[in-house]
Design a protein around this ligand. Structure first.
Ligand SMILES: Nc1nc2c(ncn2[C@@H]2O[C@H](COP(=O)(O)OP(=O)(O)OP(=O)(O)O)[C@@H](O)[C@H]2O)c(=O)[nH]1
Length: 209
């Protein structure tokens, strides 16, 4: 997969979400993936509400527009939760490998995901971030893998700081979405007359939840 600077002729727009407890590095992962940067702790602030970034990527000669949504981990900043989940095709649940509480919190995040995004097709991935903090690691790679197996999600460990594993995480998630056409190939051709009980879509109608 590679970057593309033009958003023309995109095959589909894919909506991806980042969820997980506060401070796990969701905004940092988004910035690393989209902008290629990592902000120092004194340069980054907690997300208030929702933020999103757009990136066009090239997969096997076809362009896909990713809209990647980053929500606040802190409960008091979370609003409009259901609209945030609506239409998502891929969800990344982030924990911090140096913070066991953030790993234990994953079940709660998973429950929220199940509540708002009941479709079994939506691609889920657990990401253990901050692997550069190896000396203060509290959650082993094996534990992460076992939870992912139990919850039937993809699993990647990474570091937004060093960028190790970040591209791989997004690549695997997007590839799995592309391999599940029913998630995003719901657009009716412009010249097809829709049945009266069919809701017309604009660019796509990947509302999977
Ligand atoms: N060492 C290290 N620190 C990281 C990494 N990713 C993020 N951080 C730091 O962790 C802190 C929290 O990062 P954020 O990206 O703001 O976390 P968040 O999950 O978006 O937090 P909320 O917006 O409150 O939900 C910041 O000080 C980051 O610099 C990483 O891979 N390694």
């Amino acid at each position: 997969m590679s970057d593309s600077h033009s958003s023309s002729e995109t095959v589909a727009t894919l909506k991806l979400l980042l969820i997980g407890s506060s401070g796990t590095g969701k905004s940092s992962l988004l910035m690393r993936f989209v902008d290629g940067v990592f902000l120092a702790p004194d340069e980054i602030s907690a997300t208030i509400g929702v933020d999103f970034k757009v990136k066009v990527i090239d997969v096997e000669g076809k362009k896909y527009k990713l809209t990647i949504w980053d929500t606040a981990g802190q409960e008091r900043f979370r609003t409009l939760t259901s609209s945030y989940y609506r239409g998502a095709q891929g969800v990344i649940l982030v924990y911090d490998v140096s913070n066991r509480d953030s790993f234990n919190d994953l079940q709660t995040w998973f429950n929220e995901l199940d509540t708002y995004c009941s479709s079994k097709e939506v691609v889920r991935m657990i990401v253990g971030n901050k692997i550069d903090k190896e000396s203060s690691r509290e959650v082993s790679r094996q534990e992460g893998q076992e939870l992912a197996q139990k919850l039937q999600t993809l699993f990647v460990e990474c570091s937004a700081k060093t960028r190790l594993g970040v591209q791989q995480a997004f690549d695997e998630l997007v590839q799995q979405i592309i391999d599940t056409p029913s998630l995003w190939q719901k657009q009716a051709p412009a010249n097809v007359r829709l049945q009266s009980n069919t809701v017309p879509s604009q660019e796509y109608s990947g509302c999977s939840c």
